[in-house]
Design a protein around this ligand. Structure first.
Ligand code: ATP
Length: 306
């Protein structure tokens, strides 16, 4: 069994002379949650559409569950669940009835799969309520339930949090984590909400203008997102003087709102706060913090002249 559910080899897609994907070598390990990051038009959907068979590459190839022949890839696609171009929900039908239509279309014999899948996404109690009366979050969950019919091993989700309120985003995150942990489903997910991805994904791929700039694990990302102490005192100018004088090699930035970010040293925050207090400064906030995925992403693509 391949360790990877997906590998692309020099995958390229041209639209009228424009490279939507440019020689992309991406790999997604079985059991991971792969956060796909890129600005609008970076090429995320194009890659997902090629993998799900909705578009063809101009050159290069893909390997799905270790299969690379055209026929084998077609077969392997039945192991993918996706909400890309998911079928329109029938507004005058209940969640169960919508699922029943999809079950018949997908040729799934097991009727119980419907109840089980609706329970997985938390829609088992919707009874006679019609899909047309669902909230956006519920509709998204029904889309997801349809994608999960047939017990896919690999879920591909393009911006699934688009348009969701913060509560629904949190719920979706919990659901995806559960599907990954309890059912072992590998997930490829793109999102504009990078802070959300950071709480979910175990692996990351950064794409920019069709080129895959970097792939990294959560651990590698955490190493690159710099840690700092977030400090707010009554007099940031004086605190800066004290830090320069007392902390050897101090590296810090005073932000426009007077907040100080102390990047180095950060190892002994207790000693630093005591030192500031001993200099007569009143400490209002003092928190060890990590730079976010956003900062890393911005810095990474800025290097490409974006
Ligand atoms: P978004 O987050 O906005 O969906 P994306 O990263 O998914 O962005 P893609 O939709 O893959 O980006 O688009 C990549 C590039 O390919 C863009 O420049 C887009 O305009 C172009 N493109 C995508 N589909 C087509 C198409 N069918 N015909 C022509 N150009 C296309």
């Amino acid at each position: 069994m391949s360790d990877y559910v997906l590998r692309t080899n020099q995958l390229s897609k041209e639209y009228g002379g424009h490279n939507a994907l440019d020689h992309v070598d991406l790999s997604i390990r079985r059991g991971s949650i792969y956060g796909f990051i890129g600005q609008n038009g970076a090429g995320k959907s194009t890659l997902m559409r090629i993998v799900t068979g909705l578009a063809f590459p101009t050159s290069g190839s893909i390997e799905l569950f270790g299969k690379s022949g055209a026929q084998e890839i077609m077969g392997a696609r039945s192991r993918i669940g996706t909400t890309i171009e998911s079928p329109a929900l029938f507004p005058f039908m209940t969640a169960y009835e919508n699922m029943e239509v999809q079950r018949l279309q997908k040729g799934i014999r097991d009727k119980e799969a419907i109840e089980e899948t609706l329970a997985m996404v938390g829609l088992q109690e919707t009874g006679r309520k019609l899909a047309g009366d669902f909230s956006l979050g519920m509709k998204q969950r029904l889309d997801l339930a349809i994608a999960l019919l047939g017990q896919p091993e690999f879920l591909i989700l393009d911006e699934p949090t688009n348009g969701l309120d913060p509560m629904s985003v949190v719920e979706l995150r919990g659901l995806l984590k559960r599907l990954n942990r309890e059912s072992g489903i590998t997930i490829l997910i793109s999102s504009h909400i990078l802070s959300e991805l950071h709480l979910l994904a175990t692996h990351y791929g950064i794409i920019h203008q069709g080129k895959l700039l970097e792939q990294l694990t959560l651990k590698e990302l955490s190493g690159k997102c710099r840690q700092y102490l977030h400090i707010k005192v009554d007099d940031s100018g004086r605190a800066a003087e004290v830090m320069r004088r007392e902390l050897e090699g101090a590296e810090f930035k005073v932000m426009p709102d007077g907040i100080i970010r102390l990047f180095n040293p950060v190892e002994h925050p207790g000693k630093i706060s005591s030192m500031l207090a001993a200099s007569g400064l009143e400490i209002e906030q003092f928190t060890p913090t990590g730079e976010h995925l956003e900062s890393y992403f911005v810095q990474r693509i800025a290097g490409c002249g974006a």
